[in-house]
Design a protein around this ligand. Sequence first.
Ligand code: C2O
Ligand code: CU
Length: 469
Amino acid sequence: MLRGDGVYRRTLLIAGTGAALASLARPHLLRAATGALEKTLSAGEGRVQIAPKPYPPTAVWCYDGSVPGPEIRIRQGERVRIAVENRLPQNTTVHWHGIRVPNTMDGAPYVTQPPIRPEASFTYEFAVPDAGTYWYHSHDHSSEQIGRGLYGAFVIEEHDPPPVDRDVLWVLGDFRLLPDAGIAGGFGNPMEMAMSGRVGNTVTIEGRVRDRFPVRAGERIRLRLVNAAAARIFGLEFTGHRPLVVALDGQPIEPHAPDGSRVVLAPAQRVDLVLDMTGQAGSTATVRDTFYEGLAYKLIDIAYSGEKPLRAQPPAPFAELPRNTMPEPDVSKAQRHEVTLTGGMMGGMGMMGGMMGGAMWAINGVVVPGGDMRHMQPILTLTRGKSYILSIDNRTAWHHPMHLHGHSFRVVTRNGKETRYRAWRDTVLMPPRERAEIAFVADNPGDWMFHCHILDHQDGGMMSVIRVA
Ligand code: C2O
Ligand code: CU
C-alpha cells in the first residue's frame, strides 16, 4: 500500500537547499571499491537567500554552497567515506551528531583529531550502525561556525522503512540578521553566554524563512525535525493536528502524542513525527513555536491543496519503528556517577561559578577556560562494556541540552520519578533546577565529549570529556 519515497534510495544522495520541500531529484554518488559511499564536503563561504526577498542574499559559512549543507541519506549498515575540505578562514572539524562512530571519526578537535586547518582536508570513514534522523555540524569554533550555517542533515533509513506517503525533512535554523540580511557579528558575547546563549531573530526551515508547507488532505507524512540552532529551543504546536512522536534523537519510541500537544526540540535534538493530514482540502493551519513565554510566533502555515483527499479513511495506526542496536543498560547493576551543572547568571545574585578566562559554566566544578579543548582531562573514566547511570543535576537557572558523544542513553528518571518511555537519546534537555538520570552501556572506547549544546555555554566552559577505557 503506502510507500514512502524514502524506500527507493539506495545510494548516498544530495539535496540542495530546500529540496526537501520540493520534489526530490538528487545526483547519485559513486560506490568505492571498499563498498563505502563516497563524497567530498567542502566547508567554505557562500551566499544564500535566508530572508525572503526583497532582502538580499546572506553571506554565510556553509557546506557545498548551501544551508543546510547537502542532505546525506543512506541505509542502515552502509559505510560512508567523506572527505572534508576546509575553505574557511579558520580551523574546523565535522561531528556526526548522534551516530555511534569509532572515536577517531568523531570530529572533536584536540580530543579525537587535530583540527582541519584552512586549505587542508580530513577524510571521515565509518559505517552507520543505527537507522534514524541525525545531523552533522562543525565542532570547532562551534557557536560561530554553526551560527553562520555549517550544518546539515544525515538521515539513515531503516532496512524496511515504514509506510508513509512522504518523508519530509525540516532542519530548523536560527540566524541573527542585520537589517541588510547580513549575519550580525558579536559571537561569544559574555552577557549572552551567561544567559540563554545567542538566540537569533530569523528562524529558518531548510535554510530559509518559509511561509507555507503544501500538503494534500488525507496524506500521511513522516516529518523529521532537526534543531540546528545554536541556542534556540523550539516548542511546536500543530494547530488542529495530532502529531505522533515516533522517534527521538533518531531512536524509535512507542508512538505517542507529545506532552501538552507541544513538540519540544532543544538544540541538537531531533524528533520524527507522523503527521496525518486530517484538515479540509483548501484549508490552512498554523504551526506555532510557543516555547519562550510571551515570544510565540508563527513558524509556517500548513496549506492544503484543493485536491480531494488522498484516501477516504485514515491509514492504519503507525507501528513502532524497529529498534536500533544499542545494548540495554542493566540499571540494577549500573554504577552511578553524579554530574553537577553550575554557573551562569542567577537573577539578582550575579554570576555563579566565576569568570576564569571567560569561562562561566562548569561541569562537576571544572570550567574549561575559553572553551579551549586542548588540555581537557576526563571527568570520568568508565570501563568498556559496563552499565552506568549519570545523575545530572542542573543547579543553574537556565536550560541545558546535554549531549554525550559516541553513545545513546536512556533517560530513566526525572526529578526522581521514572520516565514513561525511558526514551533513548543522545541529547537530554535539562530544565532549570532539574535532575535527570541517564543510563547506558559504555561500549564505545575512546575519549568522548559531554557538553551543553547551547554553543555559547559550551564555549563558556560547559564541556567535558568522559573516557571509556
Ligand atoms: Cu552536536 Cu559535541 O555536538
Ligand atoms: Cu547550557
